[in-house]
Write a protein that binds this ligand. Structure first.
Ligand SMILES: [Zn+2]
Length: 152
């Protein structure tokens, strides 16, 4: 995944639209598809936040840090690959910011209001709040609480 961060930093430096170079930096077609998908995802979320007058400052690098921290799995069940980005506090009350955006699977989007699921992610989100995500280029999973007992 280091390749993805390299591309993400490059994109964050304002080079985002040069598809050919992104493709070269990404090295493989699979990396390229992943990075383009996440660029689009972050930009779509930022656009929606701006439209609604919400805070909009999530960077691609910060989003990749979050994805790495959860192993590209759903932040709630941590057992399925993530499928969508959610805003834990919905827009426009919450913003498109590192401490409010999580990867989830479709099933957990539907059930995330359950309290044990909220508890699962609050510590993580709090830890993102005061950190400068742009200085951290890959995740440590040590601070993610494990809630194996919740698995059904
Ligand atoms: Zn899930």
């Amino acid at each position: 995944m280091q390749v993805l961060f390299r591309v993400a930093h490059w994109v964050s430096n304002g080079n985002r639209k040069i598809v050919k170079t992104i493709r070269q930096l990404a090295e493989t077609e699979e990396n390229y598809r992943v990075i383009i998908r996440e660029i689009d995802r972050v930009e779509a979320a930022l656009g929606r936040a701006r439209t609604l007058g919400a805070e909009a400052r999530l960077t691609l690098v910060e989003w990749l840090v979050t994805l790495e921290d959860f192993g590209w799995q759903c932040a709630y069940c941590q057992s399925k690959p993530f499928q969508v980005m959610i805003h834990v506090v919905p827009l426009p009350k919450g913003g498109t910011v590192p401490e409010n955006c999580l990867p989830t699977c479709y099933a957990c989007v539907r059930y995330r209001k359950k309290e044990y699921m909220q508890v699962r992610v609050q510590g993580y989100l709090a830890s993102r709040k005061y950190e400068n995500g742009s200085t951290r280029t890959h995740g440590g999973v040590s601070h993610i609480p494990q809630f194996q007992e919740d698995k059904k």
